[in-house]
Design a binder for this molecule. Structure first.
Ligand code: AMP
Length: 280
């Protein structure tokens, strides 16, 4: 594996591979890698000749200063994990390399960008879109892999690639969970032992809620889930939502859309966790 810190040095090696006809698969991350990330990478490695992974904690997608400061960073341990999945190129740029001057680009994702994470984290998706577009332009992958853990982010990236006609195939990958059901996340490291013991309740409650789809309306399921989560005093809920799986708009009836997903975002202590579970 080669580690590259500059755009130019990464582009040189990728250009050489491309000239030999190799296909490029790409997994953008913010590091503090875990099994969820590695699953995306194993798939990318299987489906492409070369695997490029970026590790970059993108400051402009954080709307909370403490979250950015406390975001776990460990490039050495990340490098070891990347070796284990056969990563060819690790791209780990500095903030100055990515943003020599502030990027003022502004994207309008319409209704998709206004709900849930878009409503609770002002500017978040604009920051995500700026960095992912930049990374796509640097790496020029045929395929890029994103987790359904960040379901709305995945939908935003899909919309951006369509809007801008970017020549990249965005590949959705299922959520990877801990044995107790907690969705893997770099932020889980920041949970105290007590918080970590409570965190699996999120997935357990979502699972129970989805089993009630034949007896509850969407509104009732939403309320039921909210009440179950609220009963755990340490959970401070941002939202519980049931939305269609394309534009992520709240649904009123089960026949409003073919695909529907139950979403939650909450604070457990100082750590904000998100999760989702498909209903249909
Ligand atoms: P992050 O480093 O959190 O920005 O995540 C990088 C990529 O890994 C994103 O596409 C995430 O959706 C994906 N990812 C993070 N956690 C998981 C997980 N538990 N299961 C599947 N994909 C994940």
């Amino acid at each position: 594996m080669k580690t590259k810190h500059t755009i130019q040095s990464l582009r040189e090696v990728i250009e050489e591979d491309r000239s030999k006809g190799f296909t490029i698969g790409f997994v953008p991350t913010m590091g503090a890698l875990h099994e969820g990330h590695l699953e995306l990478m194993r798939r990318a490695k299987r489906e492409n000749d070369r695997l490029v992974v970026s590790v970059f904690v993108n400051p402009i997608q954080f709307n909370n200063k403490e979250d950015l400061e406390k975001y776990p960073r460990d490039l050495e341990s990340d490098s070891e994990m990347l070796l284990s999945v056969g990563c060819d190129y690790l791209f780990a740029p500095s903030v100055a390399e990515m943003y020599p001057v502030p990027d003022q680009s502004s994207y309008d994702f319409g209704a998709l960008g206004d709900v849930m994470e878009g409503a609770f984290r002002a500017g978040h998706f604009n920051g995500v879109a700026i960095v992912v577009r930049k990374l796509f332009e640097i790496v020029e992958p045929q395929k890029a892999y994103f987790g359904e853990k960040d379901f709305q982010q995945l939908a935003i990236i899909q919309q951006m690639t369509m809007m801008l006609k970017l020549p990249v195939d965005v590949v959705p990958c299922p959520i990877v969970r801990e044995p107790d059901g907690l969705a893997m996340s770099s932020r889980n490291q920041r949970l105290t032992a007590e918080e970590r013991a409570l965190a699996p309740k999120i997935h357990q409650i979502l699972q129970k809620a989805v089993l009630l789809k034949n007896v509850l309306s969407p509104q009732e399921m939403r309320k039921w889930t909210f009440e179950q989560l609220s009963a755990i005093a340490s959970f401070k809920i941002d939202y519980v939502e049931i939305a269609d799986d394309k534009m992520l708009q709240p649904v009123q009836h089960w026949n409003d859309s073919e695909g529907m997903v139950l979403f939650v975002a909450l604070f457990l202590g100082k750590v904000r966790l998100i999760d989702n579970l498909r209903i249909f």
